[in-house]
Ligand binder design. Structure first.
Ligand code: WT7
Length: 644
């Protein structure tokens, strides 16, 4: 037997196939990725697989391709032209089924109207749309022209939308009259109007009619998609772009400041997602693939749009709330479309666990072959419930660890190659090409079962190109903690079998129902309320959402803490950021615990909110602040108990 040199220990060497591929990816990295890249259609082959000028990586340098050609054109040249590309279901129950040939003609038509609107290669186009087929179609239409799309989650507020549009300086904003959510209409055009008042770069908006609600249209600025489609051309030549040409910019939260625009390449990103999809989801021609995420997050970019469509797979896309109008909406969708691969979040699983199994008994879920989880660590109890009740003890679960920055899945079982024995709660092993390690504060590898920080020790094709317009922030956020290693911001541990267990964020980033929010952003939102002088935000563990938002706020002079002040602040945060920023609890205090240098000790607040030992307070400036916080917390707890 050939000796295996792996960067980690494992007793699962009998899984020769997986570890042999892994080893090859580590030893002959460039040849390995070149072979993978050859599976896509390039207009021009690359001259060099990787140019690594730390911390900037360029993959498949000299190569040219087009993402819309790879996701659509190459399929319509085959029998797949009549294969289903998208099964779409609206929340009210309306259905649209798009074959690859329909998708192809729509992408071309949309690209033609974008071109007519003056969009050219390198332009940024902002998409603020509900989960309707027009969203992936516009993404692919942008890619066809070499334009860079930035999708803004339709749950974000006008301010959050404006911030992102301003950062990318988009000329064009595409939105809808509204979107359906839980039987109500979210007035997206109205929110977009509020945002556009703050975004001087936007010259035109295109509006998709989804709900039929009446909206105000500003004559020289706002255009209905339907009117533009009348004059659309049926074919637009896909623009060959360089491999490292940005495909998209997607905002995510960091520890400090405003959200950062993560820039993804075209070639590296597509190769990485194409390959990892094969490995992780064992995607087959007959697969019906459903990822329940919103396209507004990276999961949706990779797992609804680019990876499955690059494979020519059939996807399911659902517009609305998971449990609307009845709790079994999702199970109904799985049965109706014969979903074979279902990829969702631990929060959703925990929510359905609470509803009980009766809702499942009404549905035949036997089409399912493989399940996936993403966004936060899945606890073993939820893992087992998912395995038993949704997967019928028949489907492996791929617990996939990745980030907006990584572009694609990094640590996960790979049943498409060979499935390692699963351990509920562990994302198992790094995928081929991923040189992951767990290190201590000095960047040295830690021993098995010892907690450390998760790092990636060499570039991979899905690695972000950078932070839009801010190379310094890119260097600082990812490459300054440990020189030469990509810093993920996550704690992790490897067990004695070499399995990776992700333990959550090591920085000031919260994961609320799998959504990423920075404490800085939330604190900015809180202090922008006229009656709040200072605020600190921490998370508290939550049985369904994983974490929830806790605000400690100092009211301004003259504003007394009250129920209405609390409601005012909560509504304000929803308005500034979006409904995902709704605080779970708000405490009014007169001081915040700070170090002598004036830094808020969030650690102390977090301990109080989570009923944990407060720990060392020697660096604290004023101990009475902690006493007050503990007291106000306990009082509230008592009130809550009494109400029960
Ligand atoms: C953060 C990245 C990648 C798609 C969705 C999230 C956490 C993600 C897992 C997992 C434990 C996970 C990490 C990571 N996370 N997947 N399988 N197990 N934690 O993308 O919004 O960029 O968030 O999500 O903390 O750093 P994101």
């Amino acid at each position: 037997m050939a000796s295996l040199s792996l960067p980690f220990e494992t007793k699962y060497l009998p899984l020769k196939k997986f570890f042999n591929i892994y080893r090859r990816s580590m030893e002959e990295t460039e040849e390995f990725w070149a072979e993978e890249a050859r599976q896509l259609d390039w207009f021009k082959t690359w001259d060099k697989v990787l140019e690594w000028e730390p911390p900037f990586a360029r993959w498949f340098v000299g190569g040219q391709l087009n993402a819309s050609y790879i996701c659509v054109d190459r399929h319509v040249k085959t029998w797949r032209r009549s294969k289903v590309a998208i099964y779409w279901e609206g929340e009210p129950g309306d259905v649209r089924v798009l074959s690859y040939s329909t998708l192809y003609s729509e992408v071309n038509r949309f690209a033609s109207l974008l071109r007519r609107a003056g969009v050219t290669k390198g332009d940024r186009v902002a998409l603020y749309l509900p989960m309707i087929p027009e969203l992936p179609i516009f993404m692919l239409a942008c890619a066809r022209l070499g334009a860079i799309h930035t999708v803004i989650f339709s749950g974000f507020s006008a301010q959050a939308l404006a911030d992102r549009v301003n950062d990318v300086q988009a000329k064009l904003l595409i939105t809808a009259d509204g979107g359906f959510r839980r039987g109500k209409v979210v007035p997206l055009k109205e929110i977009a109007d509020e945002a556009v008042a703050l975004t001087p770069s936007v010259e035109k908006t295109i509006v998709v009619k989804r709900t039929g609600i009446s909206v105000s249209m500003k004559p020289s600025r706002d255009l209905w998609l339907d009117d533009l489609l009348i004059k659309a051309a049926s074919f637009i030549e896909p623009e060959p772009v360089e491999s490292e040409h940005p495909l998209y910019i997607l905002y995510t939260s960091g520890t400090t400041g405003k959200p950062k625009g993560i820039v993804q390449s075209t070639g590296g990103y597509l190769v990485y997602n194409y390959s990892t999809y094969k490995w992780v989801f064992d995607l087959r021609e007959e697969s019906v693939y459903w990822c329940s995420a919103d396209v507004g997050w990276v999961t949706g970019h990779s797992s609804i749009v680019y990876a499955p469509l690059a494979h020519g797979a059939a996807i399911v896309m659902y517009e609305g709330a998971p449990d609307y109008p009845t709790i079994d909406r999702w199970w109904d969708i799985i049965e109706k479309y014969g979903v074979t691969i279902f990829y969702t979040s631990p929060t959703a699983i925990k929510m359905f666990m609470r509803y009980g199994e009766d809702w499942l008994k009404k549905h035949n879920l036997s089409s399912l072959e493989l399940l996936g989880s993403v966004g936060e660590a899945i606890n073993p109890e939820a893992w087992l419930w998912f395995y038993q009740n949704i997967g019928g003890e028949r489907c492996p679960i791929v617990d996939t660890w990745w980030q907006t920055e990584t572009g694609g899945i990094m640590i996960s079982p790979a049943p498409g190659i060979e499935c390692v024995p699963l351990k509920p709660g562990s994302a198992t092993f790094p995928l081929p090409g991923v040189d992951a390690a767990v290190v201590n504060e000095r960047g040295e590898p830690v021993a098995a079962e010892e907690r450390g920080l998760l790092v990636i020790k060499r570039p991979w094709p899905g690695m972000l190109l950078g932070i839009y317009g801010n190379p310094e922030r890119y260097k600082k956020a990812y490459w300054s903690t440990f020189p030469g290693m990509f810093y993920t911001g996550d704690y992790a541990v490897r067990d004695r079998d070499g399995y990776f267990w992700i333990l959550g964020r090591a920085d000031e980033v919260l994961k609320i129902a799998g959504h990423r929010m920075g404490t800085a952003e939330l604190e900015d939102a809180a202090v922008s309320y006229s009656q709040v002088a200072e605020a600190a935000v921490v998370s508290k563990s939550h049985p369904v959402k994983g974490e929830s938002i806790i605000v400690f706020a100092i009211p301004t002079e003259g504003s007394a803490p009250s129920v209405s002040l609390k409601k005012g602040l909560s509504d304000h945060m929803r308005r500034v950021v979006g409904p995902i920023a709704t605080p779970e609890e708000i405490y009014f205090v007169s001081k915040l615990p700070k170090t002598r240098s004036g830094k808020i000790m969030r650690r102390v607040l977090k301990a109080v909110a989570n009923d944990l030992p407060i720990g060392d307070l020697t660096t604290l400036e004023d101990e009475t602040s902690v006493e007050e916080i503990v007291r106000s917390y306990q009082e509230l707890e008592k009130e809550r108990e009494e109400k029960k």
